[in-house]
Design a protein around this ligand. Structure first.
Ligand code: SF4
Length: 159
């Protein structure tokens, strides 16, 4: 069972995720990624990696973990993050094809977007982010149970 606590997250007790706020998304939300790549480029940000994710991506490239870390990873706030290019694009974003270069082994943070604790905390947070992501508020319906399950997977409370 996952158990985490934090100002933006919840605590799972007896199998139910308990949040430190009233979930405004109880009626569910809509989201389908259209693959525009906007969340992968153009502005500073961190893409956090667990040691296991670093190993998986290094293996995907046929590299030793340490060589991959030196070439593509930076340390921030005691965590590992993928590097950014000088224009702030994620180092794994492929501008020519507008695609993620490691899509099949992308980090959990990318898989969970936009169901992040920081975005789901308030309706305003969701609305603000939806102005940058054309996949939000359209497409697939996500029930409150599904959203809570995704929140429970969040690797960091401040994601
Ligand atoms: S900005 Fe939204 S729609 Fe575009 S790639 Fe990112 S998640 Fe998908």
């Amino acid at each position: 069972m996952i158990s985490r606590s934090g100002p933006l997250f919840g605590v799972e007790k007896g199998g139910a995720l308990e949040l430190p706020y009233e979930p405004w998304w109880q009626e569910g939300l809509f989201f389908s990624c259209i693959g525009c790549g906007r969340c992968c480029r153009g502005e500073p940000g961190s893409v956090w990696l667990s040691p296991g994710e670093l190993e998986a991506i290094a293996e995907y490239f046929g590299m030793e973990s340490e060589a991959f870390r030196k070439g593509f990873v930076v340390e921030r706030r005691g965590r590992m993050s993928l590097r950014e290019r000088p224009n702030w694009d994620c180092v794994m974003y492929q501008g020519e094809s507008a695609r993620c270069g490691i899509y099949s082994v992308r980090p959990l943070q990318c898989r969970l977007f936009p169901f992040w604790p920081s975005i789901l905390r308030t309706r305003r947070g969701w609305v603000e982010r939806s102005s940058e992501c054309p996949g939000m508020d359209r497409g697939r319906f996500w029930s409150a149970d599904e959203i809570a399950a995704l929140l429970a997977k969040s690797p960091f409370p401040d994601l």
